[in-house]
Design a protein around this ligand. Structure first.
Ligand code: FES
Ligand code: FES
Length: 160
């Protein structure tokens, strides 16, 4: 079957899709968007987190057929014309990336938190990222990255 959807602002088509394959597979293997990672394929780790019609979901749990006509944003789509999004930049600056497998999902989850809660406290950050597992960092650098991203976004907003 053919799937048509909006991905990162562009209308795209994927052909020969088996309805039961995951949206994550379609993004990575058919549409050339390897940012979203497959660490468990079972909805347990959050490494495949994307926006689907504005809601964060685990793309490994979304059947490709369910993506028909939907609006999808992946970690690649968060980048801005001038470069990395402040949340992406903060993960780099804070040293929150080690193996990087968890990073795309964490960035999407943090992006979603900060658009809803511009000044989150630590508990709100932990709750927002609870579905995203990291085996490397011990999470403190990730917390630093989200705090830094929140500050950057607030400064940018104040400058407008
Ligand atoms: S790969 Fe989707 S939740 Fe782990
Ligand atoms: S940086 Fe390796 S799993 Fe998080």
């Amino acid at each position: 079957m053919r799937i048509s959807a909006t991905v990162n602002g562009e209308t795209v088509h994927a052909d020969d899709v088996w309805p039961g394959e995951s949206l994550l597979y379609v993004l990575r293997e058919r549409l050339g968007l390897p940012g979203s990672k497959n660490a468990c394929d079972q909805g347990e780790c959050g490494s495949c987190t994307i926006y689907l019609d504005g809601e964060v979901v685990c793309s490994c749990l979304v059947a490709a057929g369910q993506a028909q006509g939907r609006d999808i944003v992946t970690v690649e789509g968060l980048a801005e014309a001038t470069g990395l999004h402040p949340v992406q930049e903060a993960f780099v600056q804070a040293g929150a990336v080690q193996c990087g497998f968890c990073t795309p999902g964490l960035i999407v989850a943090a992006h979603d938190l900060l658009r809803r809660v511009p000044e989150p406290d630590d508990l709100e950050i932990r709750e927002a990222l609870a579905g995203n597992l990291c085996r490397c960092t011990g999470y403190e650098k990730i917390m630093d990255a989200v705090r830094l991203a929140a500050r950057s976004l607030r400064l940018r907003e104040d400058a407008r």
